[in-house]
Structure formats: structure tokens, C-alpha cells
Design a protein around this ligand. Structure first.
Ligand code: AMP
Ligand code: MG
Length: 336
């Protein structure tokens, strides 16, 4: 079991010291819980990969407290950086930028770019200040499993492998950060609660979606030393052990007897009557608000994964706004 740290000043100072000196600490952010290490310390970063069982070809996001700290790691001179920072930072947005030499290759999987994020969570910001070094932090879960949105989730799946978890309550966004490749033609590499429309409004240019790093490797569009990869490992992600099946928004599929069914919205009227008394009916939100759906999706997947259902049937989000990010995570959870 990992020891739980709190928001007290003494615990924040302790977390900062542990991190600076090379230990791993699981930390809350507004997206999901991260497993943090001093980004400048190769040996510590290596421990992140081994605790998660994460392949070294999957680069990490580096968390910073300020743009000034970002500049120690990356070239932030592209005019889009300023625009995005003014509109969204600190917040759930990761920028892919040209890296500086001080960033160890293990952090970026050998890429010439580095993923930089300035989180908004007040505890994470205090930890960053206390540590005084940038923190490399992927989600605090075993590679491929459902991301953690509470300290208990981290304890459940990594508690035997790490020593420290800082408890900052439930995460406000619930899905990982939006990732943008900063370039004259910017690209959306991962959808999140900051949407493509939000980015286009601020940048004033189209932001096309592009496959993420692992997907390019899985599709053979990028080379890598993939000796450590099992088939299907890269496309399947955020996955419970129990099989996940998706159905279209508004559809009503036949559900096998031992399956759980998850609606976007609490069933009402005809739907509620149809499912009255079914212990296996769940929903992601009261009224379909996609902020709430995003916030609850991983927690519900974890809960249902521990509840002896034969499979989990989930209604997709409408494919717009934040729903795009939710559907992205759902389709990876359902990938075989
Ligand atoms: P996470 O697993 O949530 O920490 O997110 C890490 C993801 O960020 C990786 O799986 C990549 O998709 C993306 N990423 C990190 N660094 C880079 C990079 N230098 N270039 C492209 N994508 C990156
Ligand atoms: Mg992750």
C-alpha cells in the first residue's frame, strides 16, 4: 500500500522533496491522476516506465509551473504558444514543441519534440513549486488500463508498486489533456475537454486531427523498436478487463443477461419503465452534459470492471465538442 499525502503544507513540501530527490509520487491534476518524477533525472523517469509497464516508445508529458519553466525545456517561440497560453493555460492542454538538449531522451522516446503541459490543479501547482523541477507524469495506472480519477483508483492499481500518493480529490475533467502539435499547420493529436473548435477559435486557422504517436507506430507509419510490444497493445487503451462494446447514441440494442448497460443520461419515461428493476443499468450523467460524462466515464468503467459483469455495453456520446474526446476513450476501451 502506498502512503497517502494530503494538502497540508508539510505534505506538499514532502512531496516536492521526494520528487526532487528522485522518488515517484502520484499526483492529482484536473485531467486524471499522474505518476510524477523529476523530468531531468533519467533514473527516476525510468522507474515510471517500470511501475506502469509502459513501453519506452511511448513519450511522457512534462508538467511545468509557468511558461518561464517551459522555456527551460522547449522552444516556445512559435506565436501560437502565446495565443494558446493566454486562452487555456494553466489548464488541460498539452503542447508538442521542439525540445531542448537538457530533456533526457527517455522522456521523449528519442523524439526531437517534447510534450509540455501547465496543469491548473491547485495541489499540483503547489507540488511543482515545491519540487522546483519540471515533472514528467503519465497517467498513474498500469499501461493500457483505465486511467485513475481518484487517489483510491491509484491505490487500487499501483499501490503495490509505488510509495506515495497525494490525494487531491476527484479530477474535474476526467479525461486526459488535449494534445496539440504546435506548427504553422497545428494538429490535434488527442482530443480532450478543450475541443478542436476551441483551438480553431483561438488560433484562427484550421486544426486538423492527426493520429497520435502510438497509433502511428501501430499502423507502421513510424518506426520504433517494438520488440517489447504484444499484438494489439498500442490501439487498445483505457481498457477494463471485462470486454467493452459500444452502441450508437440513441440506439437500444439487445443486451445479454449478464452484461451491464451504460447510458449517457439517466433513463427516463419509456426507457426507465423498460429497464425498471434491472440492477445492471447505469448512466454517465443526469442530463447528458458532456462535462459530466467525461468526468465520470473512467470511474464507472473501473467500478463495473470489478462487479462481475460478462461485458459492458456503453452508449457513445454525440460526436461533437467534448463528446469527441469521450468517444475516443470509449473506442480505445472497446478495441480488441
Ligand atoms: P499520457 O500517456 O496521458 O501521459 O500521454 C502521453 C502521450 O502524449 C503519448 O502517448 C503521446 O501520444 C503524446 N506525446 C508525448 N510526447 C510526444 C511527442 N514528443 N510527440 C508526439 N506525441 C507525444
Ligand atoms: Mg495514460
Amino acid at each position: 500500500m502506498a502512503e497517502i499525502l494530503t494538502a497540508s503544507e508539510a505534505d506538499i513540501v514532502r512531496a516536492g522533496t521526494l520528487l526532487r530527490e528522485g522518488d515517484l509520487v502520484a499526483v492529482p491534476t484536473e485531467t486524471v491522476y499522474g505518476l510524477a518524477a523529476n523530468a531531468f533525472c533519467e533514473a527516476s523517469v525510468r522507474r515510471i516506465f517500470s511501475a506502469k509497464g509502459r513501453p519506452f516508445i511511448d513519450p511522457l508529458i512534462v508538467h511545468v509551473h509557468s511558461l518561464a519553466q517551459a522555456e527551460t525545456l522547449a522552444d516556445i517561440s512559435h506565436p501560437f504558444v502565446k495565443k494558446l497560453a493566454e486562452a487555456f493555460l494553466p489548464g488541460p492542454l498539452t503542447l508538442i514543441l521542439p525540445k531542448k538538449e537538457c530533456v533526457p531522451a527517455i522522456v521523449t522516446a528519442g523524439e526531437p519534440t517534447v510534450a509540455v503541459r501547465m496543469p491548473a490543479h491547485p495541489l499540483m501547482r503547489r507540488v511543482l513549486l515545491s519540487a522546483g523541477v519540471p515533472l514528467a507524469a503519465p497517467s498513474a495506472n498500469p499501461f493500457g488500463y483505465v486511467s485513475p480519477t481518484t487517489a483510491q483508483h491509484v491505490q487500487d492499481s499501483l499501490g503495490e508498486r509505488i510509495s506515495w500518493i497525494l490525494d487531491g480529490g476527484a479530477c474535474a475533467c476526467g479525461v486526459e489533456s488535449t494534445i496539440v502539435l504546435v506548427a504553422d499547420k497545428p494538429r490535434l493529436l488527442r482530443p480532450g475537454v478543450i475541443t478542436r473548435e476551441d483551438l480553431e477559435r483561438v488560433l484562427g486557422v484550421p486544426v486538423e486531427a492527426e493520429k497520435g504517436h502510438l497509433e502511428k507506430i501501430a499502423d507502421g507509419e513510424k518506426s520504433s523498436d517494438s520488440a517489447q510490444l504484444a499484438p494489439g497493445m498500442l490501439k487498445k487503451h483505457y481498457s477494463p478487463r471485462v470486454p467493452v462494446r459500444l452502441f450508437e447514441n440513441g440506439a437500444l440494442p439487445e443486451i445479454p443477461e449478464k452484461a451491464a448497460i451504460v447510458f449517457q443520461t439517466r433513463p427516463r419515461g419509456e426507457l426507465a419503465r423498460r429497464y425498471a428493476g434491472h440492477a445492471q443499468v447505469f448512466w454517465l450523467s443526469e442530463n447528458g452534459a458532456q462535462e459530466e460524462v467525461a468526468r465520470s466515464v473512467f470511474a464507472l468503467l473501473r467500478r463495473l470492471d470489478n462487479a462481475a459483469f460478462s461485458s459492458i455495453f456503453i452508449e457513445k456520446s454525440p460526436e461533437k465538442g467534448i463528446g469527441v474526446a469521450v468517444n475516443d476513450r470509449l473506442s480505445r476501451a472497446a478495441a480488441k
